[in-house]
Design a binder for this molecule. Structure first.
Ligand SMILES: *Cc1c(COP(=O)(O)O)cnc(C)c1O
Length: 338
């Protein structure tokens, strides 16, 4: 929305690359080809990939912007909208990079505590955003690291009630139940972020996308570096979109495994938070964490306010069995000494 745009960006013109047909291309200082096609710059706006995404999402390609991971897109929103000293609000705990990006962009970051880390007090949050006069609000749904899914009515209420740009980070939405495009409707101040890193299993190619109205996309495109999504990534992204069945199958495996791991942990007296993502969040003993570490099974341990909390990513059935085996060994050993 122009209302929230940084003053300097209001008159900034996006760098424009015009694709023209050619016989001989000597206009971009590119080198001599030695790996097929890679001496050329990629298509600047990834048109083919945006068109395919637009079709699958039921949107228009000018409502989509691609980034080098959704991380880059979070930064682009800040570059376009956040003046030095202005505030970014999210909840706590959440994805730690929001704070880092805010600080890098000279903003002030504030986090609103989730109730027992398990519930968002929507009215309290809206009031908090007003009091802090936040310019950008980031909602992570489902949340990382807790796995909390905020109901759609609450998300809509926040978008409508705050006087700010809202980033809805849906990095894990594919692992939740229900229609995946339901938050795609238009609100002037809403920017939705999605990624190929989690449910699409392509963290290595660094690809994320933003969905918003054409105006917001045009504003944010002004601060995007030219050619930000490389040619190999565009190609792999397109391939993944045309092979949705593999992704759907993997998501079903992860959801089933998530419930199997939940039941296993509960049986061992560990109570994971309810999770709509591809991970479980829980508190347990350091002994279990270290036993896993000693077996070279890595899970994420937190520090500071989240000391004693852990996040287990749901892997393949075999990988999850490795976790089960270590935890069972710890418990058997403890029983022997009782
Ligand atoms: C993993 C994650 C991302 C994705 O980052 P990419 O840059 O797309 O890999 C974004 N937001 C949250 C909350 C995440 O957990």
């Amino acid at each position: 929305m122009e209302k929230y745009l940084r003053e300097e960006i209001k008159s900034l013109v996006a760098y424009e690359v015009i694709d023209r047909d050619y016989k001989v291309k000597l206009d971009a200082n590119e080198g001599i080809e030695w790996i097929k096609g890679l001496n050329r710059y990629p298509g600047d706006r990834s048109d083919e990939l945006r068109e395919e995404l637009a079709e699958q999402l039921g949107r228009n390609k000018d409502e989509i912007l691609l980034g080098n991971g959704s991380s880059e897109l979070i930064e682009l929103v800040m570059k376009a909208y956040l003046e030095a000293g202005e505030t970014v609000a999210s909840f706590s705990p959440t994805f730690s990079m929001y704070r880092n990006f805010t600080i890098m962009h000279k903003g002030k970051y504030v986090g609103y505590p989730l109730e027992n880390m398990k519930k968002l007090n929507v009215d309290g949050f809206v009031e908090f955003v007003h009091e802090e006069k936040a310019k950008i609000v980031i909602l992570t749904n489902p949340n990382n690291p807790t796995g909390l899914l905020i109901p759609k009515e609450d998300i809509v209420k926040i978008i409508k009630s705050v006087d700010a740009m809202v980033i809805l980070d849906e990095a894990y939405i594919e692992f939740s139940d229900g229609p995946q495009n339901e938050t795609m409707e238009e609100f002037e101040n809403l920017i939705i972020l999605r990624t190929f890193s989690k449910a699409m299993s392509l963290a290595g190619i660094r690809l994320g996308y933003m969905v918003s109205n054409e105006k917001n996309i045009e504003y944010i495109n002004r601060v995007r570096s030219p050619f930000n999504v490389n040619m190999l990534t565009q190609e792999m992204g397109l391939k993944a979109l045309k092979n949705r069945e593999t992704t759907s199958k993997n998501i079903e495996i992860i959801k089933k495994e998530r419930e199997r791991m939940r039941e296993f942990l509960q049986g061992k007296g560990i109570e994971p938070f309810s999770s709509a993502a591809n991970f479980l969040f829980f508190t347990t003993s350091k002994e279990i964490f270290h036993a896993l570490e000693d077996s070279a099974v890595l899970i994420k341990g937190f520090s500071g306010e989240l000391e004693g909390y852990y996040r287990l990513t749901i892997g393949t059935p075999e990988e999850n069995n490795s976790v089960i085996k270590v935890i069972e060994e710890v418990q058997n050993k403890n029983n022997e000494y009782k």
